[in-house]
Design a protein around this ligand. Structure first.
Ligand code: SF4
Length: 248
């Protein structure tokens, strides 16, 4: 039986066009995202980025590094102490618990607080281990593979998912948690373009195609965007505005 693609028809061509336009606009400013070259550093950094913006995640990263001079010191610290260091980063208790469990899992796997061993594994083997880490998904696993292990993955984060839905590459019914969606998108992007395209999508989602208030008027890809769901996301504000106008 033929399995139906989770992508819309013509997705490959639209992705190619989008990758070119975004690259012209941003040029893949990787340093702006703060990802780490060491795989354990990256795993911890990604944990800090959960439901927070990049400046705050960067601040929490520097606080963590200052408070705990080594990852051994972090692993030995109490959850409450870690949570107090991460207080301003949001979800601090949850992140502190996740970090403790993550470090324990790494120690059990590698015998030390290091994920350098992943360099010796295939993409599939390394991904299999990474998704077993506390708080890890395919997206976070593929970020470690991409940024720290130099593999040709295409992580689909919430920015990418939102943009591709609005652009009409994904159907409105697309479900983020389906692995088939992550795999189909990764397979639709040529290996050599994955890293830069992923970076440009994250930057576009953070600067222009914002979750609640996309800046379509200043968007470099607006001519090829279906803007699906955008009117809906703006509706509450518009409704509020007209209600205010009626009342005044
Ligand atoms: S036109 Fe609007 S909805 Fe489409 S990608 Fe640009 S900002 Fe996002």
């Amino acid at each position: 039986m033929k399995v139906r693609s989770p992508l819309n028809r013509g997705a490959k061509e639209r992705l190619t066009q989008l990758a070119q336009l975004l690259h012209r606009s941003y040029g893949a400013p990787e340093n702006d995202l703060g990802n780490k070259a060491d795989p354990l550093d990256e795993a911890l950094y990604i944990t800090l980025t959960l439901q927070t913006d990049l400046p705050r995640a960067a601040l929490m990263w520097s606080r963590l590094k200052t408070a705990f001079p080594s990852w051994d010191a972090l692993a030995a610290a109490r959850v409450q102490r870690i949570a107090s260091v991460l207080r301003e980063g949001g979800l601090h208790r949850q992140k502190a618990k996740t970090i403790k469990r993550l470090l324990a899992r790494v120690k059990k796997f590698a015998g030390e607080l290091s994920l350098e061993r992943l360099h010796q594994l295939s993409d599939a083997e390394a991904e299999h281990f990474l998704v077993s880490l506390p708080g890890f998904s395919w997206k976070t696993a593929r970020c470690v593979l991409l940024y720290s292990l130099g593999r040709d993955t295409f992580p689909v984060d919430s920015n990418t998912f939102r943009i591709l839905k609005r652009m009409g590459v994904l159907p409105p019914s697309a479900v983020y948690r389906r692995r088939s969606l992550h795999d189909a998108l990764q397979n639709a992007v040529p290996k050599a373009e994955r890293r830069a395209f992923h970076v440009n999508l994250v930057v576009h989602g953070q600067r222009v195609c914002l979750p609640q208030t996309p800046r379509c008027g200043e968007c470099s890809v607006r001519r090829c965007c279906a803007k699906r769901g955008v009117a809906l996301s703006l509706q509450p504000k518009a409704a509020l505005h007209s209600a205010f106008a009626r009342a005044s």
